[in-house]
Design a protein around this ligand. Structure first.
Ligand code: 26A
Length: 350
């Protein structure tokens, strides 16, 4: 079995509800953030489960991107690794992935439940509070199973949700090494949330040399710049240039950094290690009227999914970014990190 796109991250079920600012204040949560749940956050799950208007949807950042990529690629293009429990939540995730045509190779934990994320929607923002549970128990040994080794050997593009840096950097490095060993393979990491470059800096720094592409948004870029002592953390292009130039295992391939910036243009910086030259480009986002947006949960994941689908297709940079923008636009018009299937929409016909 082989798949051109191989993804790794934490599979989660999203418990999505609309909340008032006072609810976020009660738990000292930011309007737009993603955090790991602490003891004090645990009552949130029981509260949202009992709230009218609850949507239970498949989530997990990398899994959302994997579904997004599969949405725009031919059938059987994408496989996803992560860890779940042996429970009803996992069944729901498997169903959602099957509907999307995404192949899952889960490591199943018998002693831990499937992870969950309270997705607290407030206007166009979302505050994500995650209890990783089974997802936290993913081990490198899962990727070392003969059938999964085969899948990795057959992969062309490897996509890693940076959230997985909290779980198994060894597994990330295994995929990164496969890409670094082949000039025709590509590895991509997403910083995922500000707390990753902030609190998992060492793990990130260890994995980055194996990564050809880095994707993140402006707040994650700023968190990276601050934790790495850059002089101007809010200067997006400068940060992109510095990230692009960080040490790299295989310098035959360039490092390409893709920074999304809300409704501002997406910044792409490519650094060629051989010529020591930069290429800097900016691409406008697809406009959409606010009344068409259902929520922004998974918007960044959808962008990443569309973009990596573009890499799988071998599209030029401008087209791959455009496919990412388009995929995000489709997803924010659905509830949660989802896509329309009845009927499906296509990039080509839009
Ligand atoms: C380790 N953490 C905190 C996480 C996540 C996460 N996915 C993996 N690991 N915290 C939130 N998410 C997912 O992000 C998506 C929106 O971008 C949520 O499940 C949500 O679907």
């Amino acid at each position: 079995m082989s798949f051109p796109l191989v993804c790794l991250c934490n599979p989660l079920l999203d418990l999505q509800v609309d909340v008032e600012p006072s609810y976020l204040e009660k738990y000292s949560l930011k309007e737009n953030d993603a955090i790991l749940a602490e003891e004090k956050h645990l009552p949130i799950y029981d509260e949202v489960i009992n709230q009218p208007g609850l949507h239970i949807v498949a989530g997990g950042a990398g899994q959302n991107s994997a579904r997004a990529a599969q949405y725009v690629l031919p059938p059987k293009s994408v496989v996803y690794f992560g860890s779940v429990g042996n429970d009803q939540y996992a069944d729901l995730l498997i169903k959602a992935n099957e509907k999307a045509g995404l192949t899952t190779k889960y490591q199943v934990q018998t002693e831990h439940e499937t992870g969950k994320c309270a997705a607290l929607i407030n206007g166009l923002n979302r505050s994500l509070v995650t209890d990783l549970a089974a997802a936290n128990h993913f081990t490198l040994s899962h990727l070392e199973k003969p059938e999964n080794e085969e899948i990795i050997k057959g992969g062309k593009v490897f996509y890693i949700g940076g959230f997985h840096l909290t779980v198994s950097p060894e597994a990330i490095i295994k995929l990164g090494k496969e890409a670094a060993a082949h000039n025709d393979k590509i590895s991509v990491i997403n910083f995922s949330a500000p707390f990753i470059p902030e609190f998992f800096k060492d793990q990130l720094d260890k994995c980055l040399p194996y990564m050809d592409y880095v994707i993140c948004n402006e707040t994650e870029a700023e968190a990276y710049a601050s934790s790495h002592g850059y002089a101007e953390p809010s200067n997006l292009v400068e940060t992109a240039k510095l990230v692009a130039k960080t040490p790299k295992e295989n310098t035959t391939k360039p490092r390409i950094v893709v920074f999304t910036h809300g409704t501002e243009p997406t910044v792409v910086v490519k650094y060629d290690f051989a010529t020591e030259k930069y290429e800097i480009s900016e691409y406008p986002v697809h406009p959409i009227s606010v009344d068409k947006i259902k929520d922004t949960n998974g918007a960044g994941d959808a962008f990443a999914g569309g973009f990596i689908a573009g890499l799988v297709k071998g599209l030029p940079m401008a087209k791959a970014v455009d496919l990412g923008q388009w995929t995000a636009k489709v997803s924010i018009q659905e509830i949660g990190p989802s896509f329309p299937y009845d009927p499906k929409v296509t990039y080509e016909s839009s």
